[in-house]
Write a new protein. Structure first.
Length: 457
């Protein structure tokens, strides 16, 4: 029944291009245009392959780069008749969770050379402060005095250390031996940051072919959504599994890569299309035909013409490309306001998106400070806490953590217990936590401050 229902959906709802993706065999690449429903197509293929699997020991894995994309696949599967997240023997989750669960956590100690199985330490986890304190030894203190830390550099594919601080933080002039010593402390303690875990997992698959073949037998088919955001290390992992006999379906759009700060290499994703059969999704359900035509002018590579469909396909608004010289970013918002007035669009129905926070600051300048701002970090934390609280079952620990952080920022202007401890002390830690449990996102900043001030005397 399930297989028949999904087949009817494929035949009646999906386009010819999307049906080809669902029916393709072997390893292949899907190059999708914006708004072409690539995640929905990947989810449909995932459901179709699951419905036709009879083995209880091997299954299909669908992985993406964000929890949001995974949740979108789950919602789509529920529309196809599935209940919740597919369970054993199949897998649905992020690429980090897949690599950690099946490669790094069980086998990472082999590549790291440590005596016990390793742990992944996130900067937000409870173990991370211990790891940081272990690295703040006298021999390694120079890294921290220069503003560097373990999270700001990682391993390249060849094992050399590379800067991970992005463009917002300038790499300090330091001794690479010091960086290697920091990583050595973590390796001896059997700890790894998420980016390091990906590197050690790659080493496991490279140096232990039997493990690689075992994982390929466990998951003979893997679907990778948003594959344009793969890093060089992740591409090496994909190639190792493909060489071991796993069929890989890569779905993505090179022009929608957003993880360049994390080492994303969309050019490597495109290189797969020269080795594996390429399929294309060229129908956009999101934009008008005028926008599709403009996108093709700026698209990278050999982009096929895009065809708009849906209710917005005949929208007459013509896209406008505004050029500006470097240093004149502050003039962009007034020009945008003029375009809105010309087209009779109110600012409440418009949005300004920028690539970096630095560009946003330059656009605002001093003259455009009245432009509507987005949610503050405090508002985001409180909204996230409310979402955690309202889940079934409620994620109370996560909600409490975000509320505590918001309270520190509101009342004392700090976001860390260590910095705010002296300010919290007059209130008392028990009373401080009680305030946090009773606080909710509907209260104003003034109400929060009043509570704390009244209790601190």
């Amino acid at each position: 029944m399930m297989a028949r229902r999904i087949r009817d959906y494929i035949e009646q709802v999906l386009t010819c291009e999307q049906r080809a993706v669902c029916d393709q065999e072997g390893s292949f690449v899907v190059i999708a245009c914006p708004g072409s429903g690539k995640t929905r197509t990947a989810g449909t293929r995932f459901g179709w392959r699951i419905a036709n699997y009879t083995s209880r020991r091997v299954g299909v894995a669908a992985i993406s780069f964000t929890n949001v994309a995974c949740e979108e696949i789950v919602d789509h599967l529920s529309g196809l008749g599935f209940r919740g997240v597919p369970q054993w023997p199949h897998f649905l989750g992020t690429i980090d969770s897949f690599v950690n669960q099946f490669v790094f956590l069980p086998f990472g100690h082999l590549a790291m050379g440590c005596s016990r199985r390793p742990d992944v330490v996130h900067p937000q986890s409870t173990l991370y402060p211990w790891v940081e304190s272990a690295m703040r030894t006298k021999a390694l203190a120079g890294c921290y005095s220069k503003g560097c830390g373990s999270t700001l550099f990682g391993f390249a594919v060849d094992g050399t250390l590379v800067w991970r601080g992005g463009t917002r933080k300038r790499q300090p002039s330091c001794d690479r031996d010091q960086c290697g010593a920091v990583k050595g402390v973590m390796v001896r303690g059997a700890f790894a940051l998420p980016s390091d875990a990906m590197y050690w997992a790659m080493c496991v698959l490279r140096d232990y072919p039997a493990i690689c073949r075992a994982i390929a037998r466990r998951f003979p088919e893997i679907i990778v959504d948003e594959a344009q955001d793969t890093s060089e290390t992740q591409v090496a992992i994909i190639r190792a599994l493909a060489a071991a006999g796993c069929d890989i379906a890569l779905v993505g759009d090179p022009d929608q890569s957003i993880y360049d700060f994390n080492g994303a290499r969309p050019d490597l994703f495109e290189s797969f299309a020269k080795e594996w059969p390429p399929l294309r999704l060229t129908t956009s359900f999101r934009s008008s035909q005028l926008i599709c035509n403009a996108v093709c002018r700026f698209a990278s590579g050999d982009r096929d013409p895009m065809t708009a469909t849906g209710e917005h396909k005949e929208c007459p608004l013509t896209p406008v490309v505004v050029k500006y010289p470097l240093g004149a970013e502050v003039d962009l918002l007034p020009r945008f306001r003029a375009i809105l007035e010309e087209r009779e669009i109110t600012p409440d129905n418009a949005a300004v998106l920028a690539w970096t926070h630095d560009l946003v600051s330059k656009m605002r300048g001093k003259d455009n400070d009245d432009w509507p701002r987005g949610l503050t970090p405090v508002a985001k934390a409180l909204a996230r806490a409310a979402a955690y609280r309202d889940q079934l079952p409620p994620l109370r620990a996560e909600a409490h953590r975000d509320v505590m952080w918001a309270l520190l920022r509101i009342c004392f202007g700090v976001g860390h217990y260590g910095l705010g401890y002296k300010a919290i002390a007059p209130v008392g830690i028990r009373e401080w936590r009680r305030i946090g449990w009773s606080a909710h996102s509907g209260e104003s900043d003034h109400a929060f401050r009043s509570k704390v001030t009244a209790r601190s005397g």
